[in-house]
Design a protein around this ligand. Sequence first.
Ligand SMILES: Nc1ncnc2c1ncn2[C@@H]1O[C@H](COP(=O)(O)OP(=O)(O)OP(=O)(O)O)[C@@H](O)[C@H]1O
Length: 959
Amino acid sequence: MATRAKTGATTTRASSRTKNLAAPPSPPPVAKATRSKISKPTTQAAASGSKTAARNPLAKRGNSPDARAVPTQKIAASQLPRVANPKGDNAEQEPIMAYLRIRPQLGDEEPTSMPYLDPMSDTAVQMTDPNNDNQDNPSRPRFRASIASPSSIYKFSHVFLPATDQAEFFTKTTLPLVRGLLDGQNGLLFTYGVTNSGKTYTIQGGNQPESAGILPRTLDVIFNSVEGLQSDGRFRPVRLYGVEPSNSTNSLVSMNVNVSTSEPALAEVLAEHYSASDPSDAYTDPTILRLDRNHEYSVWLSYAEVYNEKIFDLLASVNEESGNGASQIPRSAAGPSFLLTRKALAVRPSPASDAMDENGSAGKYIAGLRHFRVTSASQAKDLIKLGQLHRRVFGTLANSQSSRSHGLVTIKVLRGHRGERNDPNSLHISRLTLVDLAGSERTKHTQTTGDRLKEAGNINKSLMVLGQCMEVMRSNQKRLAQSLAHPGRTDTRDVKKALAVIPFRHSKLTEVLMDYFAGDGKVVMIVNVNPYDTGFDENSHVMKFSALTREVFTPTNNAPVPRVASPTKPSTTNKVRISALPIARKVTIPLLGRKVSEAHLEVFEEEEELRPDEEDDDDDEPINPLVDALFDEIEELRLRLYDAELRCAIVEAETREEVMKEMEDRMFAMERNYARRLMSEVERNEMKMDAKIDMLHQTGLLGTAVKQRPVPPQMSSEEDTQSTEGIGAEKAFIDISDDNSESDAERCSSPLAGKGKKNVDASGLKLAAQLLAEEDGEVAGSESIIERSMIVDAASGEDEAEAASNESGNDEDLDDYTPPAKPSGKSRTSTTASKAISSKSVPNDIKAKQRSSRRKSSLGLEHQMTGLSVLSEDDIPGADDSVIIVPNRKARQVAAAVGGPGIEYVPRKGEVDTVKKKKRQLTSKTVVTEEQMEKVVGAVEQRVSNNDNGKTIRRMRLS
Ligand SMILES: Nc1ncnc2c1ncn2[C@@H]1O[C@H](COP(=O)(O)OP(=O)(O)OP(=O)(O)O)[C@@H](O)[C@H]1O
């Protein structure tokens, strides 16, 4: 037997049957366990007993002494809902267990509250789209980019909140599977979720001792429980259900993977930085499961990855070639370089001899995947680390340790009776596979391109196919259940024939796992969600997948009818052909060591070998070329879509940035322009207003004549002349009512209203002429003075005496009004002198000439003033036409009390009227109705008339 096994010509099938039903704690019904092909009468008898038990699962589960002896499992089993097996046999079915784990918030960069996930109970969560801000107002139109439902409630077997620790999580989700494994039952656990949601943390754990994940804890519990019950490992598992005599090549020592002593050279270089100081090694889960001490156990480990739709053995020794220059990889001075060659493994159907019954399938296995016997938890953990080292772990923007492949760790336990150590028929094989799925990729967020994009496409393909398998399984089961519920309506056999093909073969991942879904043990799915930095839409898809999965049932008791299988055909490996050329990739692995910063690896990935006889696949699943082509098409389109979206996002971002910059520049330029214009306008306004106020002063009505203000610098020489004229003219616009005898009508009339000579007060003209002389900045000789004096005389005429009396009038009627200064002595003298000249020494004809000339000049001046008034109004931006200048604050108060805007106080010389100034700066136009104006004017006049001796200066401009 041993000899045959060594040659590899014969393999055996271990028995799946419980031989001693009375032996406590006998396991519950075994799913697909293996049985030796070399049958013995005793084995057959036992198998027969087992067969009976297998067909009566309830008796085996609930009523058997074994079940009573294993309380943990009994509780776990009793919690599960049961349904009739759609296959029509007596096997029980359980839904796939789905657990939700919510990742806690990490660091400060993420928001403090879960934005869209609301745990409602231990088994339900509500997801609400945070962008759906129209919830409160249904009448408002909804524009949502997302196709996911805005709010949904999802149910799970259990919801684990962020505070859940690893120990509790392991106990509730995985321990029942470990119990099943040691009791001979198969199990599958996989984590599902988007990148960075905590899948790897759940499976492998964190850096802290207590944060060990479910994989190291599983190994701890297994070795805690089998302590003292380990067999010598004389048989080893092959394929899915086969056993064969073990040989030395499968021991860790023989393959130089005794990690405690010597590792492969690559691992020596790299792993020392990876594993030397891993604090989680120090932790051991203390849980011990009680086992039947009449049995002995051997534990086998394999570690595979599905990467880019290829399967690789992560524990296979790698052919390496260290830094000898053979590779084209640019060598780093700091780090070592390796050329690795690894070969993709094929998934093959097990030979029919492995099948448990004639009609049954023996399942598919990964051809060439090596299993290593491990005798302690620490040894197993080291082996896992070696596998992780080989696993492709690339840093992406989303997660520096993102898993780019699906990692499958399979633990196989061979259990045999102590009394029948040499009998392979006494062996049970059970297996537990823990799968760390790669994250569903967010290409937009991770800026995935090139190789990463291809990886993403393949990852998504695997997950998509997994979802499709679930969907088809669910609909098949529904149809069968309906048919069984109404047996008269349709023939169940017809329904079975019409069931849709489950597309397991469309991805390597589902192909490898299909036996679990097809009824080979319990399936547990862990849904990892990170609601802090992952989008609502992405997690919605994950949730939908989990909701779908929970509706799929897997048979938990699928023990087939045992039969003696024919010997396995010898391997035809020598006739293999390589399906494609090797693919070379360059990998850079960052290291944690001080000396070595990174290692460059060149990986040659050989395609899987296909046997000639495998080209016509003998799989029972029909191949539909159209479906395959459509899948390829979908993948192609998906990749192109990702690529296009990525490019669009980049272009959009760049365009936005450019436009923003341009707009910013423009805004700055506009701001500068406006500020400059505003300042110049304010200055101009101030100049003009000051000039006007100066005119008032110079008329002597508001105080002593002030010195001439400088002409605004922006005025040209041409403007200068005009402005000089304007100033003089504007002075003439001042309606001077310096005596109380002036009629109301005259006082209220605007000097602009008539624009005629009679509206121009004689005193005003006189002063205007004087001002003109002063503004010219020179005394142009006596003639010009005489000329101007004549003009004044002619203009004043009969009003002269009145004007003279007004000059000496009492102006103390207004409390804060400063009486105008007396005209300067020079002016007065000039006037008097001119009068003297005119009356005494000038002949009559000359007088007449002078009179006509004076009349002309007067008319010219009047004309100039009229013109300038227009110029003045139009020229001053923001000039307020509705302004009333009142002589003092009190008057303003009175006017303001009566109501009506536009009341201005004319300050004394040197006094600053801040209100007016501010008003000017704001250049706000006040609109005053005629009615308001009249009211104000009336009030002012009233006030003025109440003060007998007051002088009122008002200026009204009615626009
Ligand atoms: N329950 C948790 N408690 C504390 N930290 C956690 C938890 N879950 C995840 N993390 C941390 O979140 C980060 C991302 O987790 P992890 O690497 O497991 O994500 P992932 O889903 O495996 O990502 P990928 O699919 O890209 O491999 C890690 O730093 C991990 O330590």
